[in-house]
Design a protein around this ligand. Structure first.
Ligand SMILES: C[S@@+](CC[C@H](N)C(=O)[O-])C[C@H]1O[C@@H](n2cnc3c(N)ncnc32)[C@H](O)[C@@H]1O
Length: 298
């Protein structure tokens, strides 16, 4: 593996328009929201949404007093900020492999449709582990390589990769599918306990989506989720951080500087005008209300 893992940079891509809006994915969106509602705690202080993008599912986190949206794309975050504003929300442009957060400052985290872009899974899980409070909840969605469609294609010799092998498959550059056993081992080794496993998005087929109303597909999906069979293209894990004893969360209305740190040195930051400064002089910008930790100011 290279020194630094590659990043799948969405930059100012038109992901929202090209993938979601009017693109026939109401069913996928609805089932993901349904599962989030099922797995999220009833209330909480501060949630970290990793790879939040343009904030597609951010409004599901209303039970938290503060939501911190982290993404590598400044443009996606600026769009989200235009929608959600600053009251109860904080926007952080950063690499999830190098998060700019003090230890144990979140009582929950989510990562939906994001880990499939990560070639170094243990490295990003270790970052989540350090940012969460002991006992904290982490909802992780991953793309399942051992899904029914891939298995059928494999049986008739039409799949380029083996859905039964445990190693991740990079089917397109920086797009990975994972085996359920691989993912379970990774989260366990990073200190997480698996509370619930929900197979999701069973009916992700254009033919079915055209033939049946979205509400019916969502209800059928809910039934299939109940089987627990890990043969669907998407799997949600509800994880809990095992380490240590319970600690108090910093109140949601505390200064953002109490939860942020310099991602390169790990030191506390001070605010100087429109920048955050670390003791060794590294300066980080704030771009239209988004804390920008992708690279220091020159
Ligand atoms: C497929 S989008 C999902 C967005 C959102 N979670 C959703 O479900 O609509 C993946 C997101 O992960 C972000 N991402 C990919 N690699 C990242 C990294 N290393 N650090 C931070 N964000 C990253 C991308 O910028 C993109 O916004």
């Amino acid at each position: 593996m290279r020194q630094r893992p590659r990043i799948c940079d969405y930059g100012d891509s038109s992901y929202r328009q090209d993938f979601w809006e009017g693109q026939g994915r109401d069913y996928e969106d609805a089932v993901e929201r349904l599962v989030l509602a099922k797995l999220l705690p009833p209330r909480g202080e501060r949630l970290l949404e990793i790879g939040a993008g343009f904030g597609r599912v951010t409004n599901e986190y209303r039970m938290f007093r503060q939501v911190v949206l982290l993404d590598y794309s400044l443009e996606q975050l600026q769009y989200a900020r235009g929608h959600f504003g600053d009251d109860g929300y904080l926007y952080v442009a950063a690499d999830a492999y190098r998060m700019p957060f003090q230890a144990a400052v979140f009582d929950a985290a989510t990562m939906i449709r994001v880990i499939h872009h990560f070639e170094a899974v243990p490295a990003v899980l270790a970052q989540v582990e350090q940012a969460l409070l002991p006992g904290g909840s982490f909802i992780l969605e991953y793309a399942n390589k051992r899904n029914l469609k891939a298995m059928l294609r494999h049986l008739i010799g039409r799949n380029r990769w083996d859905p039964f092998s445990l190693s991740p498959v990079e089917f397109v550059e920086l797009n990975f599918n994972f085996h359920p056993q691989y993912m379970r081992r990774q989260v366990n080794e990073c200190g997480f306990e698996v509370r619930r496993v929900v197979p999701v998005s069973w009916l992700r087929l254009s033919l079915l989506k055209r033939a049946l109303p979205t509400g019916l597909l969502v209800r059928l999906d809910a039934v299939l989720q109940g089987t627990g069979w890990l043969l669907s293209p998407s799997v949600f894990l509800e994880l809990s951080l095992k380490k240590g004893s319970e600690r108090e969360t910093l109140p949601a209305n505390s200064d953002p500087l109490t939860i942020l740190k310099c991602p390169l040195t790990g030191s506390q930051l001070d605010r100087e005008g429109d920048a955050l400064v670390s003791p060794n002089g590294l300066r980080w910008g704030i771009e239209q209300g988004v804390f920008d930790f992708r690279r220091p100011l020159s």
